[in-house]
Design a protein around this ligand. Structure first.
Ligand SMILES: [Fe+2]
Length: 409
């Protein structure tokens, strides 16, 4: 069970706060019996409970991502429940359950896209039943009504962790990691254990017109991904940059005992081109090195395509887990890297200089776990060359987390 942490940065000092999410999943965990569906671990519902409740309640351990809103920080995982968090105390202000025309979703993604022009979040709601529907929707920042954009229907349930947004399109990419929605019935297995990667199948690509809601479907070669990086309209084509894996074997590798001691499958920065006509989308590799948790300076782009991508290379081997922050120049410039011995950094969060239109006029903020000191540190890197500008050594250990956001006080 993971918690939330926040780090306030002021000139010359940093203040860290940490709190376990007081979710009902945390309360269940203290009793030693977990009746709600978790991502990877089994739940422990009794035979009778399974009989009367074939699909278990989904976890409210919203520990995958936090997004700033006018009301507080919206914490989310891949379930219909989100929690609004007070930024000072890190306590749950309220549980957010959506009651609107879109209805009860089986799951919602933990990676909403920010439509800055509209001041809205765009996300996907997925309903799994005898068929599967995937509905991109938008909601005002600070509002809790989801407005559907269009609906995709599929026979099987795909595992989708993130999607892409351009000024005109929503792009939903469904890798061939699929489950039968029926297999979820009466089962105590962790959610992801229902999914199988089917390399003989295509990756389905759906392009939803944000104005009309019209859905177009294409196919691409099979691949797997967790995170899109950026998308843009290129004439009538759509281009999506993402971190692509050859298959979904990373999910099994993350669940194996001895994690960190054996090599992990790595993703590569890749570009999916979705042509305006035809039924095939094509994937090409943009960079040879492993890259995950990647981002671009969207605020400096104003719609143009990025030339710089920042992310982390996380690897494992006999010496254990290690990571390197990377700056990849898509114009062919030299790569820049930053690492420190024994420190494993997670997602580098890009902080743009306000008002600047220069892509690397920014800082990268990354939290690392020092495996020798058994304490965490926060490093601030200059996006121009990844040289360290500041380091805050934190007095506590923090586990390697998933995602976070930066907000100015
Ligand atoms: Fe993620």
């Amino acid at each position: 069970m993971r918690g939330l942490f926040s780090i306030d940065l002021e000139p010359g000092r940093a203040r860290v706060r940490q709190r376990l999410l007081e979710s009902s999943a945390a309360a269940h965990a203290r009793t030693g019996r977990m009746p709600v569906s978790m991502f990877a671990s089994d739940n422990q519902r009794s035979f009778w409970r399974r009989l009367i409740q074939p699909i278990p309640a989904m976890t409210d351990n919203t520990n995958v991502h936090v997004v700033p809103t006018p009301d507080g920080w919206l914490a989310m995982t891949e379930t219909p429940v989100q929690q609004l968090i007070d930024g000072d105390s890190l306590r749950i202000k309220r549980r957010v359950e959506y009651d609107d025309a879109l209805g009860k979703a089986s799951m919602m993604l933990a990676h909403p896209e920010h439509d800055r022009e509209a001041g809205a979040l765009v996300n996907l709601a997925i309903k799994a039943g005898s068929s599967v529907s995937i509905t991109p929707y938008s909601q005002w920042l600070g509002g809790y009504e989801r407005r559907p954009i269009g609906t995709i229907t599929m026979k099987e349930l795909p595992y989708i962790h993130s999607f892409a947004l351009t000024p005109t399109k929503v792009v939903v990419i469904a890798p061939p990691l699929r489950a039968s929605a029926l297999s979820l019935l009466w089962s105590n297995a962790g959610y992801i254990q229902h999914f199988r990667f089917r390399p003989e199948r295509a990756t389905d690509v759906f392009v939803v017109d944000r104005k009309t809601g019209v859905v177009r479907q294409l196919e691409a070669d099979p691949f797997f991904f967790f995170h899109t990086v950026h998308a843009h309209d290129d004439g009538d084509d759509v281009v999506v940059d993402l971190c692509a894996y050859e298959d979904a074997s990373l999910i099994q590798a993350l669940g194996l005992p001895g994690l960190g001691k054996t090599p992990l499958p790595a993703s590569r920065l890749s570009r999916l081109r979705v042509p305006a006509r035809g039924a095939r989308a094509s994937l090409e590799r943009l960079d040879a090195g492993p890259l995950e948790f990647a981002s671009v300076n969207r605020g400096a782009l104003s719609g143009a395509r990025p030339s710089l991508v920042f992310g982390a290379e996380v690897a494992a081997g006999e010496q254990g887990l290690r990571s390197t922050v990377r700056r990849v120049d898509l114009r062919g410039g030299a790569e820049r890297r930053f690492c420190r011995e024994h420190v494993v950094y997670g997602e580098p969060v890009l902080v743009r200089r306000p008002g600047s239109g220069v892509e690397d006029d920014a800082a990268l903020v990354a939290v690392g776990s020092d495996l020798v000191r058994r304490k965490a540190e926060l490093v601030v890197l200059d996006a121009r060359d990844l040289s360290p500008l500041a380091t805050a050594r934190l007095p506590i250990a923090l586990p390697l987390g998933f995602h976070g956001s930066f907000a100015r006080a």
